[in-house]
Design a protein around this ligand. Sequence first.
Ligand code: ADP
Length: 301
Amino acid sequence: MKIAILSRGPRLYSTRRLVEAAQARGHEVEVIDALRCYMNITSNHPQIHYKGRILGDFDAIIPRIGASITFYGTAVLRQFEMMGVYPLNESVAISRSRDKLRSLQLLSRKGVGLPVSGFAHSPDDVDDLLKTVGGAPVVIKLLEGTQGVGVVLAETHSAASSVIQAFNGLKANILVQEFIKEAKGADIRCFVVGGKVIAAMKRQGKEGEFRSNLHQGGSASLIRITPEERATAIRAAKIMGLNVCGVDLLRSNHGPVVMEVNSSPGLEGIEGATSKDVAGIIIQFIEKNAKRNNTSTKGQG
Ligand code: ADP
């Protein structure tokens, strides 16, 4: 097969591993920088130009679109979809998953376990907002944050109101959540491929840190997940419409709760912690499923 990887970093671990795994299984691979693609959307024959030539004859495309280029990256992916190229994850599903609020709304509608959460922009009544999520301690998140930046634990009511007021001043959208203390600074990343959890790791925040992000000094290790955790991760992936994703769970007193569904999960942490050939599993999934026009939306979403 001819496979394209939409990635800005050919030297990034995840991109390199996908290239290696595809080549090892006899495929031709090209890494394409979405920001360098330009497109013709006026003709009946959608085209993508790249470095002076027309791209087109790919069988499948693996999107690895960074959060900062979601808008343009998903537009390029949509163009590939319109040309009939099989996308590992569809553009519509990626856009959906990049909106934290929308994702939580979709998951809650289907009854997936979530931390009790409230969202606000400029609440007049902060006390009432805090009451709706059960009061302090709470976790307050800037919706635009990634990798744990903009995620604050407010242990008391007055700390929570000050943080909310400060975020109000920034005119930011915020999410206020019950603090899942019993998770003890750890979360579980379930790596889902084609409706199966193919690897799972526990991420533990460094001493005294409630955030488990590896970027915040956390460490990863292999973990056995419960059948309920497995089922929750699979449901979350299905609801989001993602073939490949990382579902982040917290172990709460009221069962597993989903924090986030990541449509471009990194491979380094999970392959390192589990010694699984995650890249190879992804390529095998593509081999089984890549057929022309095999998308639910054809880029129309
Ligand atoms: P980001 O998307 O920026 O990584 P997250 O929402 O995943 O932000 O939060 C970062 C980390 O903070 C999580 O990995 C988790 O360890 C911790 N965390 C987030 N929300 C809660 C919560 N409601 N209760 C306890 N810990 C939380």
